[in-house]
Each structure stands twice: as C-alpha cells, then as structure tokens.
Design a protein around this ligand. Structure first.
Ligand SMILES: NC(=O)C1=CN([C@@H]2O[C@H](COP(=O)(O)OP(=O)(O)OC[C@H]3O[C@@H](n4cnc5c(N)ncnc54)[C@H](OP(=O)(O)O)[C@@H]3O)[C@@H](O)[C@H]2O)C=CC1
Ligand SMILES: O=C1O[C@H](COP(=O)(O)O)[C@@H](O)[C@H](O)[C@H]1O
Length: 448
C-alpha cells in the first residue's frame, strides 16, 4: 500500500476536519503514516509483511522530514519487534515529533504488563507513547469530569454519606460470532472490566484534579485506583452463555476450545478504601450475548429516612454512555392533583432531544486527534496500568487456574440479562430496583 494511504486512513477517523482550524493544523503538522491493524497481519507471515512495509515507508519518506504518528493494534507476538523496527527505521531523530498509539492488550497480568511496558520503554519514551482505551474518547465518559466537578449539587452528594451503591454495566447483544479463539485467551474481564470499566470507575471516583492538565488528571486517577484492594473471589460472579432463542452457545463457536470455562459474563464488586468511598460497593458487570446493547453508570442513592415517607423509590442517577447518550435522575415528586402522593419521576437530559444538531465524535476520532495534538489526558499512563493489573491479577490467576482448579462459570441463555444468580448478587450489595412500577414516559396518570 502506498504509504500516503496510511495517512489518509488515519485522518479518515476524523470526520469533519475542515470544521475546526485547530484540527486542520494538528492534521497538517502530522503525516500519520501507519495504521497497523491486527487483522492485516494475523497470519504467520505477520512479521515479514511488517518489515516489508517498514522498508517501503522508509524509502518513501527518506528525504522528507515530517512528524510521525504510528498506530499499533497488534497481537502481542509481534508487538515488541514492530515497536523496535519503527524506532530504528522510521523515527525522526531531529526536528521532528514521533508518537506511537498502542492498543490493548497491554499484557495479560501484572508481570506480563510490566515486561511489555519495560520493552516498549526501551524504544519509546512515556511522552511519545499513547496507550489507547477507546472508552476514554466516548462523549459521555468525557462528560463525567464536567458533571462531577462543575455541579455543586452533585458534588455535595458524591460520597458514602449519600450513595448506597454504584453499578457500571456493559451489555452486548451478540456473542463471539466466530472470534471466540481470540476471546477465549482473554475472557470478559480482560476484554472489558480491567480496562474500559475501570477507566470509567476511576473518573467517577477520583478527587478533583488541580487542573485539566493531563498529569493532574492522571495523578488523581492513579491515587484512587491505589485505594482499591485486589478483587475477592467472593465478590465475583462468572457466567458463560449457552444456546437459546435459536442462537448458538459460546461452546458452539468452532474457534472456541471444547469445554472452555472462559467467562463471557462477569460481575464483580470493588471497594475503595478512602474516606470518601469506604463501604460503598462498586459493581462492575459486563457480558456478551445479553438481552440488549447498553453501557451505563447507575448510581443509587440511599433510602430517605423513615418518617413521613415509607416505601418510596430511591433516587437514581443514570449516566447512559451508549446507545443514545443520556443523563437522567430519578427523583420523587408529588402526583399532580388534590392529594399528596409521591411518585418517581425523572429529570432527563437525553442528548438527541437537548442537543438536536450536535455531532458526537466517534471515540477514536476524538482520541487520535488528541494524540496528534500531544494531549495525554485521555490516554492510560504506565502507573495507571500497573495499578489496574494489581487489582485484577489475583482474580484472573484464579480464573486461569494458576491458583488451583479453574472456577466453572454458571450458564446463562443467549439473549437473557445474564445468569439467574445476578439479581441476588447485586441485591447482596444493597441494590434495590428503583424502576419497579416505573412508567416512562407517563401517558396517563390514571394508569398509575
Ligand atoms: N432519557 C431516557 O431515555 C430515559 C429513559 N427512561 C426509561 O425509563 C425506563 C426505566 O428506566 P431505567 O431504570 O433506566 O430502566 P429499567 O427499568 O430497565 O431498570 C434498569 C435497572 O434494573 C435492572 N433490571 C432490568 N430488568 C430487570 C428485571 N426484570 N429484574 C431485575 N432487575 C432488572 C437493570 O439491570 P441490568 O442492566 O443488569 O439489566 C438495571 O439495573 C426505561 O425504559 C428507560 O429507558 C427513563 C428516563 C429517561
Ligand atoms: O475493546 C473492546 O470493546 C468492544 C466494545 O466497544 P464499543 O465501543 O462498541 O462499546 C468489545 O466488543 C470488544 O470485545 C472489546 O475488545
């Protein structure tokens, strides 16, 4: 492929470059040459092909000085050699800026992540390295910082005194669909919880950063993550989907090893040992082949003290990351009319209705632009990764069978909400379904 094609492919992530002079400047200052997608190199000849590519790029750009951004989405086996080759063949040593965006997996446990980090560091400095977690580019994840720190009302209730429990949920309505071979090595915890959901959790719970500077934000994220002890087995529920509703089970995927006990669903509760969050359960749950596509944060506030109101619904703040971004707060209000009766209502910010002409950027679009600008705020720092692996490694080793027999996930039908054990699991941590009897939108009061 003509190396200029790489640039086009990279820039094509940014949908409307001409809308904003800053974006045009950032793109012009970089000729991002290389988008290595894992799929391009998945066969055995991966390394040879990459070498050929690098030579091609090298000869094409030899005489031209330009800044360079490399995007590496590669299987671990070729990752380090490529990082090394890029440094040796394509690096601009003088008067140029070199940056490398790296995709997960960043290792598979604490030791392997440290080894990987160490190897990359031999060639690329922390300043040049952009570890991407595309959840950090999602509009609603970026909004967390503003919601939390630009609203005194929310800030005042953001702690153990007001909050009973928090759920961070990822649901996908499809299974591995022939990609089970890849998935089976990782499982749902490495695929979703250890990175995407933990990133959401850290922004949700960190203290206010001194400024919007990347290091100030990342310092606060690391600080709160360091307060989280490794996940306990008793705080974990693992599931695997089975055939139902005419859809195949996980083990029916030909690329999945027979009798695999890889979890395709996990719910796990994290605890934050600091004065703000002590005792508040943070339940992360993620699964494939579930009943819907949804990623949300559900913050459930405590019950009102008994007295004038009994059996009243709890307040809940829902931050829906996708699909259809929304923030809604469930409150109680008087039903209109002559009598005083409380009913749950919602204060609703649905983006499509409120921001009718807004263009919400794709996560990758926003992040690649950040990398072009050299802004690390929404990329994962090395110590953040280290502490994330500290939290998850013991439970992963248990699941991998490194601490005795491998745990067997409970089964759940394709297209369901998850294992039947899920509702007792979340109830154990104080979750009470606030929506029982909740009608939205309310068409008629008489129906209530
Ligand atoms: N802006 C908007 O679009 C707004 C929409 N609404 C709508 O109002 C309705 C109520 O809102 P909301 O509370 O968010 O949604 P739900 O009533 O679907 O409640 C969601 C919560 O209850 C759990 N849950 C769902 N079904 C069951 C079940 N059968 N048994 C036990 N637990 C269950 C879910 O768990 P899990 O996630 O694990 O399935 C989740 O924690 C929804 O239809 C929502 O779309 C309300 C306000 C604003
Ligand atoms: O990183 C991953 O994320 C996707 C889900 O991303 P989203 O932007 O569609 O929410 C998931 O399907 C994939 O398994 C995982 O590797």
């Amino acid at each position: 492929m003509d190396p200029d094609e790489f640039h086009k492919r990279e820039v094509s992530y940014i949908k409307n470059p001409n809308d904003d002079p800053e974006i045009v400047k950032a793109i012009d200052s970089f000729k991002a040459m290389s988008t290595y997608i894992a799929g391009d190199y998945e066969d055995g000849s991966a390394f040879d092909k990459l070498n050929a590519h690098l030579e091609e790029i090298e000869s094409h750009y030899q005489s031209k000085e330009r800044n360079r951004l490399f995007y590496l989405a590669l299987p671990p086996s070729v990752f380090i050699p490529v990082a090394k080759n890029l440094k040796e063949h394509c690096y601009i040593p003088k008067n140029g800026i070199n940056r490398v965006i790296i995709e997960k997996p960043f290792g598979s446990d604490l030791d392997s992540a440290r080894e990987l980090l160490g190897s990359v560091k031999q060639y690329w400095t922390e300043d040049e390295t952009f570890r991407i977690d595309h959840y950090l580019g999602k509009e609603m994840v970026k909004n967390l910082l503003v919601l939390r720190f630009a609203n005194v009302a929310l800030g005042a209730a953001w702690d153990k005194n007001s909050i009973s429990n928090v759920q961070i949920t990822f649901k996908e309505p499809f299974g591995t669909e022939g990609r089970g071979g890849y998935f089976d090595e990782f499982g749902i915890i490495r695929d979703i919880l250890q990175n995407h959901l933990l990133q959401v959790l850290s922004i949700l719970t960190m203290e206010r950063p001194v400024s919007f500077a990347a290091e100030d934000i990342r310092d606060e994220k690391v600080k709160v993550l360091r307060c989280i002890p490794p996940i306990e087995r008793d705080d974990t529920l693992l599931g695997q989907y089975v055939a139902a509703n005419g859809k195949p089970g996980y083990l029916d995927d030909d690329t999945v090893p027979r009798n695999s006990v890889c979890p395709t669903f996990a719910a796990t509760t994290l605890w934050i040992n600091n004065p703000r969050w002590e005792g508040v359960p943070f339940i992360m749950k993620a699964g494939k082949a579930l009943n819907e596509a949804k990623v949300e944060v559900r913050i459930q506030f405590k019950d009102v003290t008994q007295g004038i109101f009994k059996d009243i619904a709890r307040n809940e703040l829902v931050i829906r990351i996708q699909p259809s971004e929304a923030v809604y707060m469930k409150l109680n209000a008087k039903t209109p009319g002559l009598y005083t009766r409380a009913m749950p209502i919602e204060m609703d910010l649905t983006y499509k209705r409120r921001f009718t002409d807004a263009k919400i950027p794709e996560a990758y679009e926003a992040l690649i632009l950040d990398a072009l600008k050299g802004d690390h705020s929404n990329f994962v720092r090395h110590d953040e990764l280290d502490v994330a692996w500290k939290i998850f490694t013991p439970i992963l080793h248990w699941i991998d069978g490194k601490a005795g027999a491998r745990p067997r996930p409970v089964s759940y039908p394709y297209g369901s909400r998850g294992p039947k054990e899920l509702d007792p699991f979340v109830t154990k941590y104080g979750f009470k379904r606030a929506s029982e009897g909740y009608v939205w939108p309310v068409a008629s009061l008489a129906s209530l």
